[in-house]
Ligand binder design. Sequence first.
Ligand SMILES: [Zn+2]
Length: 321
Amino acid sequence: MKSIRCIFFLLLFILLGCKNQTVKKFDSFSIEKRNSKPIVSFTFDDGITSDIANFKFEEWNEMILSHLENENLKAIFFVTGRNKLNKKGQFLLQSWNDKGHKIANHSFSHPYFNSDKNNSHLFELELLRTDTIISKFSNNIKFFRFPYLKEGQNKAKVDSLRTILSKHNYQNGYVTIDASDWYVNQRLIERIGEIGAKNADIEKYKAFYIKHIMERANYYEALSYAINDRHINHTLLLHHNLTSALFLGDLIQEFKAKGWEVVHADVAYKDPIFKTIPDANFAGESLIYSMVKQLTKYDHSLRYPAEDSRYEKEKMNKLGL
Ligand SMILES: [Zn+2]
């Protein structure tokens, strides 16, 4: 009788084990199913508080927030701390927090951490100074984005910065789609400065900007699909600038028109891809870039720098932008 009972329990354990396996399989299947098309989310870096061309700071900042609100979309704002201590800086953080966007850390003074001058001690100070500023806002999250996407010039440095991040419960606010919106922004502001906003054919800048961002998004999506065999949740890097104020609404529409799903940035970071820590020897640039670099067979698909004004300059010159 005792042995029959033992066999019964043994069978029950096996059955329960199978059931757990089925649940696991179903979960991973449903993730695959949910990601049946490319997915993008929006993140904004830096945060400036000055007027741009003929746009007052409060006005162009509000334009970005309105684009996001019209699409019912939440972003993550990775901010530098240095210019957020005064009235305007506090207003900026409050305006994003009030609209339900997340506030994350982008260092205090935007150092280049691939330089010997900027050591791990400075890194910790930079991280904590901005942490103190943003932790007063209810929507702050413990994500850190490296300035210039530079995580250290060698393995030892990368390892030590990673240790400091985890010591303070931070995770890397990885970018998966990197681009040069900042350069289009710079050229547009220069043109407006030269001939005024009315004469500066802003529509042509918009067309170039949207084409450029979509091209980079498709590039990183194709690379990512090749190595992950699925559509990951992407995090697009944009900046808090005039091109975002003027063109973000049209950019979001373009992603949707081209079949992309657009999701909140904090939701995007729930993708397990963001738990991937690339080998320290290949850290830096976008997450997809470093993952691909690690697999040397894809080397031919990469350029260095990954993104830079040098790739867009000629194209913009030719178009008279
Ligand atoms: Zn930055």
